[in-house]
Design a protein around this ligand. Structure first.
Ligand SMILES: *[C@@H]1O[C@H](CO)[C@@H](O)[C@H](O)[C@H]1NC(C)=O
Ligand SMILES: *[C@@H]1O[C@H](CO)[C@@H](O)[C@H](O)[C@H]1NC(C)=O
Length: 219
């Protein structure tokens, strides 16, 4: 409290001998500031050009996802009474297109799964690990054997109803680990999920309107 009431101590004005020293330090400071600004602008433009180069590289080399189309799907045991999936063949043909010009794709083992009313009714490996070159279309041809679903009899009754109505809906999925090979570097592993809508008619074959439909895909 008491210090606030002291009169202010007179400063500067009387220090004439020190004026010139003060001036040189001021000039030096100004030069330092200009130098720092120069360095900053050089660094900034370097950073900017590096950013532009990286952006252009990224645009031309960034991997696009592969595209999957379901070409055929067949569960012929549905056509015979009583319609069944257990121990009966389920076959399919999916086209897998790598749309990239500069990027190849390494696939791990590809697994296929077929679901009926959200119950797994068939699954297994459908393709060995392979490398897909740029702009390549690979066929994923598979034969799975139907397995017993947890829902058992209830599901068999629903299948019989659907088959009698001439329209049986499945969900078909592919799953694989993939890695993109950009011409310069390899990317990390990703897990690829492919999901196709499947509706088969009374003969157990894919209905025409579901043929060559694009399958959805997520990682
Ligand atoms: C699989 O589908 C593709 C594209 O529709 C076709 O070219 C090919 O012949 C089919 N392969 C088999 C074995 O059905
Ligand atoms: C796609 O790649 C596979 C495996 O490398 C090769 O067997 C096939 O002939 C290629 N297909 C085309 C259309 O280039």
């Amino acid at each position: 409290m008491s210090s606030a009431f002291q009169s202010p101590v007179p400063t500067q004005t009387r220090y004439h001998p020190h004026r010139s020293r003060f001036r040189t330090s001021w000039v030096r400071e100004r030069l330092t500031t200009r130098f720092a600004m120069g360095v900053c602008s050089v660094l900034l433009s370097l950073l900017l050009s590096a950013g532009v180069i990286v952006f252009i590289l990224w645009l031309s080399l960034r991997p696009h996802r592969p595209r999957f189309h379901l070409s055929s799907f067949s569960a012929p045991a549905i056509a015979q009474p009583p319609p069944a999936l257990l121990n009966s063949p389920i076959s399919f043909n999916v086209t897998d297109r790598n749309p990239n010009r500069n990027v190849g794709i390494y696939y791990d083992v590809v697994y296929g799964s077929v679901f009926y009313k959200d119950q797994l009714v068939g699954s297994g490996p459908v393709l060995n690990p392979f490398y897909q070159p740029p702009k390549n279309t690979t066929l994923v041809l598979g034969d799975l054997t139907g397995t017993a679903a947890a829902a058992g009899d209830k599901l068999a009754a629903q299948l019989a109803d659907d088959a009698a109505a001439g329209r049986v809906e499945f969900r078909f999925e592919l799953k694989s680990g993939i890695r993109f090979k950009v011409k310069i570097w390899d990317t990390h592993h990703h897990t690829l999920h492919v999901q196709c809508d499947v509706v088969v008619g009374p003969d157990g074959s894919l209905l025409a309107e579901y043929r060559d439909k694009r399958c959805s895909i997520y990682f």
